[in-house]
Design a protein around this ligand. Structure first.
Ligand code: HEC
Length: 279
């Protein structure tokens, strides 16, 4: 999508970018939100959950047309029947996901102190399956995407509430690793996520206008009309990493899970609005 020669299209704006904070997650989050609220004073906080549609009226109009016949509807229906699956031992997903009636999506990712790692929704689904004698679903595969689309749909309207427990240094370390990843330059173009989605949010990279990093995870999985298919958040990460000519990581790698942990924490308080629809 981006050629090395287009790197110059991105104009760096010298505003106080919230990366110099060495404070805890909550201070980071407040600084992250305040930055975007200053940059986009006309955009209400809740609107950041809509990505580029929060700041680009043209794109928003097209999107509202698309949403009249949601292209992810079929996947949600497919996910609803997958959710009913009974495992060989007679159990099902509701045995793993307690209080699922209150929505699930807003609780993930979580830090699991037994496993000592970040557990995303996709990982939790596969752990559930393995525990009950079922094969894992492929990450980025149709069934995993449909199931997570259904879960997101059922969780719509619930505010994200990601926790980095203060008494768990490994959770903070995972969060910090994700934060580090977000602000590190990579690839032949030498761009960090923040260069595009924080510093240059609202600017154009060729025909694409850059969305704000605030609210990025809220609407996944996302149906991409360009691909005619749903993509997961990690597939999106991989796409952006490829675009800067760097080597992507495996879906559900520790790197991506930590990145998701940081990025979703930044979106705490925004509502789940997945699945989404994008170009
Ligand atoms: C060279 C600029 C650039 C860099 C660097 C970049 N992205 Fe993107 N990203 C884009 C463009 C362009 C899009 C599509 C338009 C949009 O929604 O911003 C996009 C889209 C996304 C989306 C989907 C937004 C939505 O609303 O669905 C996510 C999530 C995302 N990027 C995350 C990242 C992360 C995480 C990194 C760092 C690993 C990163 N990006 C690095 C340019 C970039």
């Amino acid at each position: 999508m981006i050629k090395a020669s287009t790197a110059g299209f991105i104009f760096l704006i010298t505003l106080a970018v919230p990366q110099a904070t060495f404070a805890g997650p909550e201070e980071d989050r407040r600084a992250f939100v305040a930055y975007f609220e200053t940059r986009f004073p006309d955009v209400p906080f809740a609107e950041f959950a809509n990505g580029i549609y929060a700041i680009d009226q043209n794109a928003r109009d097209q999107w509202l047309d698309i949403e009249e016949f949601p292209p992810y509807e079929f996947a949600v229906e497919q996910g609803a029947s997958l959710w009913q699956e009974k495992f060989p031992d007679g159990k099902g997903y509701t045995d793993c996901f307690k209080h699922s009636e209150n929505g699930i999506r807003q609780r993930y990712p979580q830090f699991d102190d037994q496993a000592g790692e970040v557990i995303t929704l996709e990982l939790a689904i596969n752990r559930c399956r393995e525990k009950h004698g079922q094969e894992r679903l492929e990450y980025g595969g149709e069934n995993m995407l449909a199931l997570t689309a259904f879960i997101a749909f059922e969780s719509r309207g619930n505010p994200f509430n990601i926790k980095v427990p203060a008494d768990e240094p490994r959770a903070l370390a995972a969060y910090d690793a994700g934060k580090q990843f977000y602000y590190s330059k990579r690839g032949q173009l030498n761009f960090s996520c923040a260069d595009c989605h924080v510093v240059s949010a609202g600017q154009y990279v060729r025909a694409d206008r850059l969305s704000a990093g605030l609210g990025h995870p809220t609407h996944f999985p996302v149906y991409r009309s360009k691909l005619g298919a749903l993509v997961s958040l990690h597939q999106r990460f991989a796409g952006c990493i490829r675009d800067v000519r760097a080597k992507p990581f495996e879906l559900q790698s520790t790197e991506y899970r930590n990145l998701e942990y940081f990025l979703t924490y930044m979106s705490n308080g925004l509502e789940v609005n997945g699945p989404g629809a994008r170009k």
